[in-house]
Design a protein around this ligand. Structure first.
Ligand code: SF4
Ligand code: SF4
Length: 394
């Protein structure tokens, strides 16, 4: 047995690797489309899968700032790869959604809202930091004054199979953000993959009634003390070798005080404002709306699409962009992630997944930027106080 983060005692069971296909088959029999990690375009992305062989069996990845490389290892581990460029928001909050269609009729237009009927999805291999990212987007889309109906409808139809990380990425810093590497809540089933010289199995924790029902349909047995210890040591080993760290103590105050720090000029000199960091980030949620018409003007459509605070258009109002410089856009992004998000939603907007570090084409590293801000704050305590002083004098 084990205790979850909420103190609830959970019983652990074991599923052998040889029964993993049966596990996937049971989910399909229950009407779920399986979405999981698979190798595509030399990366691991989240796509529809049908069998164990679609998983990145035996692959590992090497990640560093601005660098991602897949390689084939010598062990047939199913979940040996870390995070790729895709996150689950691809399915819960799609990059492009049609909101309505209008057709010209006699005397006007007939406008029809798009009825989204989501599939039941089983998300296979959701990591602990990603569970926190989903929880963060739940707050944005379903917990506030307004609910996003498309997000909510899909969210209600997912079955989540979490996987505790057994290998750490060099750009990960989930331990700093208290989001991993062990899944604590928000899943239906959580797996820890254990690969030994003569055995390959999963220690399974149940997080919901739906999870218990699926587990009861596949061969399993109660975990022994040795099996539980083996699973725990996989997670402990991962936590002990975390690739990066970020000191989050007083971070919100630091960023609020750093508005005029010269370090923003330093990062702006490197940032290409490509927006990659926002596209790969599992919590970023900004969108724009585009209207399109056909050439005859008889039909029109409105689409919601992912947008990024790194584009000029994003802050364009009445004749100009509010954030016209790279400096102002990077500052907006990082300050929102690590400071204003806390005021808005009560949590950090960063879960420490490291994707923005890996996929930044020029290798800008949010953990290094925080360190640089701290150093600047210590060496020039008044350097970033412009806004505060103006504010105080106002
Ligand atoms: S920080 Fe990197 S990924 Fe983000 S906009 Fe700048 S160059 Fe692109
Ligand atoms: S800011 Fe970077 S490290 Fe943090 S959640 Fe987003 S992509 Fe991951």
């Amino acid at each position: 047995m084990t205790k979850s983060s909420k103190g609830k005692t959970r019983i652990k069971r074991v599923v052998e690797r040889d029964d993993f296909q049966t596990f996937l088959d049971v989910l399909v029999e229950k009407g779920y489309r399986l979405i999981g990690p698979t190798v595509r375009d030399n990366t691991v992305t989240y796509e529809e899968i049908a069998s164990v062989s679609d998983l990145p069996v035996g692959y590992t990845d090497e990640q560093e700032k601005g660098t991602y490389r897949l390689q084939k290892g010598d062990k047939p581990i199913l979940f040996g790869c870390g995070l790729g460029p895709h996150s689950w928001k691809k399915y819960l909050y799609p990059a492009s959604v049609r909101l309505w269609r209008a057709r010209r009729m006699e005397g006007g237009f007939d406008v029809q809202s798009e009825a989204h009927v989501p599939d039941r999805l089983a998300l296979i291999g959701v990591r602990a930091c990603e569970l926190h990212a989903i929880e963060t987007q739940d707050q944005v889309f379903t917990d506030g004054t307004y609910t996003d109906p498309t997000y909510q409808a899909q969210r209600e139809k997912v079955f989540i199979v979490a996987v505790n990380c057994g290998r750490v990425g060099k750009t990960c810093f989930c331990t700093s953000m208290n989001t991993g590497p062990q899944a604590a809540s928000g899943f239906d089933l959580a797996l820890t993959e254990v690969f030994e010289s003569n055995r390959h199995y999963f220690v399974v924790e149940t997080g919901s009634d739906a999870g218990a029902e699926v587990l009861s349909a596949i061969p399993n047995h109660p975990a022994t003390d040795d099996e539980i210890r083996a699973g725990e040591s996989v997670i402990a080993e991962t936590a002990a070798h975390m690739g990066r760290s970020m000191d989050i103590s007083g971070l919100k105050a630091l960023l609020y005080a750093s508005y005029d720090y010269p370090q923003w000029d330093n990062v702006a000199a490197r940032c290409m404002t490509c927006g990659n960091c926002t596209m790969v980030c599992p919590t970023c949620f900004c969108s724009t709306v585009e209207d399109v018409t056909d050439l005859t003007g008889d039909t029109a459509e409105r689409w919601r699409k992912w947008d990024s605070c790194f584009t000029m258009d994003f802050s364009y109002i009445v004749g100009g962009s509010i954030r016209s410089s790279a400096k102002s856009r990077y500052r907006q992004w990082m300050t929102h992630k690590l400071a204003t998000w806390i005021d808005q939603f009560g949590t950090s907007g960063c879960v420490g997944c490291g994707r923005c570090i890996t996929w930044c084409p020029v290798g800008i590293d949010i953990t290094e930027e925080v360190r640089a801000m701290r150093a600047e704050s210590k060496s020039k305590p008044d350097a970033g106080m412009g806004r505060k002083k103006k504010h105080e004098n106002a």
